[in-house]
Design a protein around this ligand. Structure first.
Ligand code: IFM
Length: 477
């Protein structure tokens, strides 16, 4: 099956018309604290679950850690200059909870907050809108020691932390995301264990997902109390899930995975309920006894925006008795109650993550959120691709990544034309960075980072994206 998201094999882009985005479209790039900051023990920062996990032998490729990462903490000024050169209208970053609250509770560590004050002030001075994410996976280790996200109290701690950050930055930051990709925190962190904290228990994963969303709701209320005019949202990672065929078993497999990947979060957050079929699928895993009266009302506290991260599509099929489990997804499974569903590869082009490239899936995903769930403004808060890059004569010509962005921006435009109130797009990522369990072996950046020297080289995709921003759209090709 061919994939319209891909350029022809020559690498040249097919002929395509120019496209202009609506006025004021927010063009951005995104990063996350643990993936770029480094300075893991400086200025009072405490350990997070990712420090512990990455320092545990066997957990990350080559034992890579975020101790230094892109050394962004010490290179803030030159990284800000890169953002300004790109002409970014917005920069989405995350605040490191253990920098602000080293023990996960108690008063703020002012030295940690100062870093973000400096970041935000300089963004504003450069005309770049700061977009702040409160939680991009770096739970303070003491909170994990007290039970982590499966423990209800973590949700309350998260709201306290949100208040500290809002007190410090609420007068300067307009856009706030509570959680980034709670599916990953819950189901990779506590289900398969391929992410920190590396625990593997289906019931814990479900509890973690619930308490993450509860923490989100409480944080929205806390932020609203400090800053009533802020634009508040959450970011979910969504996938279209297709059955491999029309066979009832395949269709049911798609329903199950869609339930766990998408509706587990969309329904509570935007409708205030868990889907009945999903609860039935999970009956052997949990009785949902952790859900208390009022939780779903808190979780569905009204928002101002919704963030969607989009990378790929899942195609799934009915279990085959006795089939070998696939690595990564099921080691052990991150799909509690549906462990045996098979993930099918279609043979279409993939990125270096082995994720199938599927730009039409972005249109489907955005339309679904808008048509089935909400009229709120939507933002693509992450979209991008890892490819193997080569530095040749001091340049990185990342034609594959550029083509990926081009195809997905055309998809974003198509969604707007179909009526989706899409207001902005954030490329993942500004810099090559620490790709979690993959360490530094996967490169998603528009800017190449040499991890030995910390020299940055903007890739072809960076200059191309700067031109997209400048013209508020895509040139004819
Ligand atoms: O690097 C991650 C990011 O932290 C969250 N979204 C997906 C990206 C690529 O895997």
């Amino acid at each position: 099956m061919s994939n319209p998201a891909r350029p022809p094999a020559s690498g040249a882009l097919a002929e395509r018309p120019p496209l202009t985005f609506p006025p004021g479209f927010l063009w951005g790039a995104a990063t996350a604290a643990y993936q770029i900051e480094g300075a893991a023990t400086e200025d009072g920062r405490g350990p997070s679950i990712w420090d512990t996990f990455s320092h545990t032998p066997g957990r990350t490729v080559n034992g890579h850690t975020g101790d230094v990462a892109c050394d962004h903490y010490h290179r803030l000024d030159s990284d800000l200059a890169l953002m300004a050169e790109l002409g970014l209208k917005s920069y989405r970053f995350s605040v490191s909870w253990p920098r602000v609250q080293p023990g996960g509770s108690g008063p703020a560590n002012e030295a940690g907050l100062d870093f973000y004050r400096r970041l935000v002030d300089n963004l504003l001075a450069n005309g770049i809108e700061p977009w702040l994410t409160l939680y991009h996976w770096d739970l303070p280790q003491p909170l994990e020691d007290a039970g982590g996200w499966p423990a209800r109290d973590t949700a309350a701690r998260f709201a306290d932390y949100a208040t500290l950050v809002a007190d410090a930055l609420g007068d300067r930051v307009r856009y706030w995301t509570t959680l980034n990709e709670p599916w990953c925190s819950a189901f990779l962190g506590y289900g398969s264990g391929v992410h920190a904290p590396g625990r593997s228990d289906g019931a814990d994963a479900v509890r973690a997902g619930h308490h993450l969303m509860l923490g989100h709701g409480l944080a929205v209320q806390a932020l609203r109390a400090v800053r009533p005019t802020a634009e508040l949202g959450v970011t979910v990672n969504l996938y279209p899930v297709d059955p491999a065929s029309d066979a009832p078993g395949d269709v049911d497999a798609a329903r199950r995975i869609d339930g766990l990947a998408n509706r587990f979060f969309l329904d509570p957050l935007l409708r205030g309920s868990y889907p009945a079929d999903l609860m039935a699928d999970l009956a052997g895993t949990t009785d949902f006894g952790h859900v208390r009266e009022g939780d779903l009302a808190t979780i569905s506290t009204p928002l101002d925006v919704v963030g969607v991260n989009y990378y790929s599509r899942h195609v799934v099929a009915a279990p085959v008795p006795g089939a070998e489990p696939e690595p990564y997804w099921r080691a052990p499974s991150c799909w509690p109650g549906s462990e045996d569903v098979r993930f099918v590869t279609r043979g279409v082009p993939v990125t270096d993550m082995n994720w199938e490239i599927d730009a039409p899936g972005l249109v489907e995903t955005l339309r679904r959120v808008h048509e089935e769930y909400t009229d709120l403004p939507l933002y693509v808060t992450e979209n991008g691709s890892a490819f193997v890059d080569e530095v040749v004569d001091g340049r990185v010509d990342d034609a594959d990544r550029l083509a990926y962005f081009d195809a997905h921006l055309r998809a974003a435009h198509e969604a707007i034309e179909a009526g989706v109130p899409l207001r902005g797009y954030f490329a993942w990522s500004l810099l090559d960075n620490f790709e979690w369990a993959w360490g530094y072996t996967k490169r998603f950046g528009m800017v190449h980072v040499d991890y030995d020297t910390q020299v940055r080289i903007p890739k072809s995709s960076a200059s191309w994206y700067a031109e997209v921003i400048r013209r508020n759209g895509l040139a004819a090709q």
